[in-house]
Design a protein around this ligand. Structure first.
Ligand SMILES: CC(C)(COP(=O)(O)OP(=O)(O)OC[C@H]1O[C@@H](n2cnc3c(N)ncnc32)[C@H](O)[C@@H]1OP(=O)(O)O)[C@@H](O)C(=O)NCCC(=O)NCCS
Length: 162
């Protein structure tokens, strides 16, 4: 398994994995996904397993406690010391094999996350247990209404980085 930065040719596969991972309400346009990567190339990745792309992670600096609406193409706060994990997927055929937790734990200890004081995520589709198993915990968001576009079960979690 290898985690590397995103290249232009990766986007079709990223979109494919997104489609197999989320219900239609949570699907974002290619432009919206690419906006995150353009903001913060260093914190966005694809996951290769046996030389195929089997996952991706899009994360960008974003004010702690706040969150972008689904499908937004807004300009993010590049100076925030909180890294927001906007989207993380492992392909259907490789889920629940331990890849997801290993990837996040490795990235937390890697140099590209070192300049951030915390990480955050909005848990959807009952993935709260996954994030808690890595060390994130539920916190009150600054703008609870901003979570509404993520569905009724959306929960904001975060974790301090040392
Ligand atoms: C969430 C996701 C990235 C996790 O990746 P993964 O490789 O399947 O996770 P792991 O195999 O490392 O799982 C680690 C633990 O979390 C649990 N877990 C994994 N996915 C979970 C989920 N969606 N909900 C609840 N628990 C989950 C595993 O059972 C495992 O538990 P255990 O240690 O008690 O056995 C992956 O399931 C996925 O792509 N889901 C669809 C998209 C999604 O929901 N992304 C998160 C958006 S917030």
């Amino acid at each position: 398994m290898k985690v590397r930065h995103i290249q232009d040719r990766d986007w079709n596969r990223i979109i494919e994995i997104q489609k197999q991972s989320y219900p239609v309400d949570l699907i974002e346009s290619k432009g919206s996904l690419q906006a995150k990567e353009m903001t913060s190339t260093d914190t966005c990745f694809v996951v290769e397993i046996d030389n195929n792309i089997e996952g991706y992670l899009l994360a960008m600096p974003y004010t702690h406690g706040k969150s972008p609406s689904i499908n937004s193409v807004e300009i993010f706060d590049k100076n925030s010391n909180n890294l927001h994990i906007h989207d993380f997927c492992i392909s259907a055929s490789h889920k629940k094999n331990g890849y997801g937790r290993k990837i996040i734990k490795d990235l937390i200890s890697a140099s590209s996350f070192k300049c951030f004081k915390s990480i955050s995520v909005i848990s959807v589709m009952k993935s709260q247990y996954f994030w808690e198993s890595i060390g994130l915990s539920v916190v009150e968001p600054k703008e609870p209404q901003a979570l509404s576009s993520y569905g009724n079960d959306a929960i904001y979690l975060s974790m301090k980085l040392t």
